[in-house]
Ligand binder design. Structure first.
Ligand code: 5GP
Length: 115
């Protein structure tokens, strides 16, 4: 079964896409938690970070470089931003297609709430 992100990448589902190349796609999160909240995803389906192999080094590096470029394009490079990749249940992963959250545009506070 293709994930919802696979369908967005292929253009089968609408999204506010901000970037696409042969390795990665980036689109705005449907439920943003910051003024800038973009998801950067590999075009290839990789369910979780646990599934990465050495073959995926290039695509994961591309995701970081695209995050850097999009942060500059969105005007948040200097003010700052957070990059986050969730994995499995305790990481809070909801969509099982690896994705990097690029968030910024306001102070994001501490990395995690202390319990
Ligand atoms: P996760 O919790 O897996 O790290 O993050 C999944 C993210 O995907 C959430 O922030 C959620 O708002 C976003 N999301 C889920 N479904 C869709 C969708 O159909 N379109 C877009 N643009 N974002 C989605």
């Amino acid at each position: 079964m293709p994930t919802i992100f696979a369908r967005i990448i292929r253009g089968e589902l609408p999204s506010d896409m901000v970037y696409q190349d042969e390795l990665v796609t980036a689109f705005r999160d449907i439920n943003p938690i910051a003024p800038v909240h973009i998801l950067i995803v590999p075009n290839k389906h990789i369910p979780t970070v646990n599934d990465l192999t050495e073959e995926d080094e290039q695509v994961m590096g591309r995701m970081l470089l695209v995050a850097k470029k999009l942060a500059a394009a969105e005007g948040i490079a200097e003010s700052g931003y957070r990059l986050m990749v969730n994995c499995n249940r305790d990481g809070g992963q909801e969509v099982f297609h690896v994705h990097m959250h690029l968030m910024g545009g306001r102070p994001l506070g501490p990395m995690l709430l202390r319990r």
